[in-house]
Design a protein around this ligand. Structure first.
Ligand code: CA
Length: 226
């Protein structure tokens, strides 16, 4: 993969760059947010490893501006703290995944592989999925609820696609993680719940009926009644 690494800390940058090159990736480097954004705008990368705390523009702002410009490049955000609020902010800005420092380089490579697989899977042409008044256009990667157009991030799209393709079937957290993220997040991960929260907010923005229901102790299901 052609990877853009945006990191201002020389020690982290050097270690991640060596690991990426060692795994056979081509790496471009930027040491500040504005340079990272300029590089990402000039070149279509396969993935971006983006530090949260950066000079000039922070990682959140870089990610927001990329998404606002319609760029769907997979973004793996590096955050210094494990606080839930930080993760939520990163995912909200349009990042596809995050990794808390300090992290194992093998873990970073595994996450990148998973993002690459998802990205490659995303280019297939697959038509439209429907349930009740909800419609998912898999070619345009957009959703509709009645007449209302709903913009989705890559991960929201993949999660909703999985739920729609398995309507009325209860999906366990493990199955959802494996299908959407491509690896095991571990039992304490809350990113699934964060994403379900995003989807519900978008799908119920005009007080529409809830379609994504929690099945306590198991996972989630898309259906018309709780
Ligand atoms: Ca930093």
């Amino acid at each position: 993969m052609h990877v853009l690494l945006v990191e201002d800390d020389p020690a982290v940058r050097g270690a991640v760059e060596r690991a990426l090159r060692g795994a056979g990736h081509t790496v471009d480097i930027a040491a500040s947010g504005d340079r990272g954004l300029a590089a990402a705008t000039a070149t279509p990368f396969d993935a971006i490893v983006l530090d949260l705390g950066l000079p000039v523009l922070d990682g959140l702002e870089v990610c927001r501006r990329l998404r606002a410009a319609g760029d769907r490049v997979p973004v793996l955000m590096l955050t210094a703290r494990a606080a839930v609020a930080d993760r939520v902010e990163g995912l909200d800005a349009g990042a596809d995944d995050y990794l808390v420092k300090p992290f194992a380089l093998d873990e970073l490579l595994a996450r990148l592989r998973a993002l690459g697989r998802r990205s490659a899977a995303g280019v297939q042409t697959r038509g439209t999925l429907r349930f009740e008044d909800l419609e998912l256009d898999r070619d345009a990667m957009t959703a509709r609820r009645g007449d209302r157009q709903i913009a989705l991030t890559r991960t929201e799209f993949q999660l909703l696609e999985l739920l729609l393709a398995n309507a009325r079937r209860v999906l366990s957290r493990d199955v959802i993680f494996e299908k959407v993220w491509g690896y095991d997040f571990g039992p304490d991960s809350n990113s699934l719940d964060v994403y379900v929260g995003y989807l519900r907010r978008k799908l119920e923005a005009e007080s529409e009926k809830r379609l994504i229901h929690t099945v306590r102790g198991v996972g989630y299901v898309l259906r018309d009644a709780p």
